[in-house]
Design a protein around this ligand. Structure first.
Ligand code: CU
Length: 127
């Protein structure tokens, strides 16, 4: 009897585990994209990248989205989007800066760190 219970529990775990695995295969977690959660976006500058992948930031037009830049590196970083008028000035280790992404015109914009040319990505404003 006890063996049966253990077997049922083991099979349940296997079933849940494989469903979870299949789910991830069908809907792979998208690493290179960031959407606002709870109305704000956190970008961590570390190892000369924003959130490891310099993700594309998605926001809605006419909806200011809070953007927090946090420097977790030992070197200075900044965050600039010329077209959207964002410039944090340089941030030192553990320094953060809160700003907003706001746009009235749907389109594709760019962001970058002026110290590290490889730290650059896109901001997409959609309707
Ligand atoms: Cu940088």
């Amino acid at each position: 009897m006890l063996n049966n219970v253990i077997a049922i529990i083991a099979i349940s775990f296997l079933a849940v585990g494989s469903l979870w695995g299949i789910g991830n295969l069908l809907h792979p977690p998208n690493q290179n994209k960031i959407e606002s959660s709870h109305g704000s976006i956190l970008l961590v500058a570390q190892n000369n990248a924003f959130n490891e992948t310099n993700p594309t930031i998605y926001v809605k037009e006419n909806k200011p989205t809070k953007l927090i830049i946090l420097n977790k590196d030992f070197v200075k970083h900044d965050f600039i989007s010329n077209e959207l008028g964002i410039n944090t000035a340089y941030l030192t280790t553990e320094q953060d800066f809160v700003t907003a992404v706001a746009g009235h015109k749907p389109g594709e914009y760019t962001y970058y760190c002026s110290f590290h040319p490889q730290m650059k990505g896109k901001i997409i404003i959609s309707k």
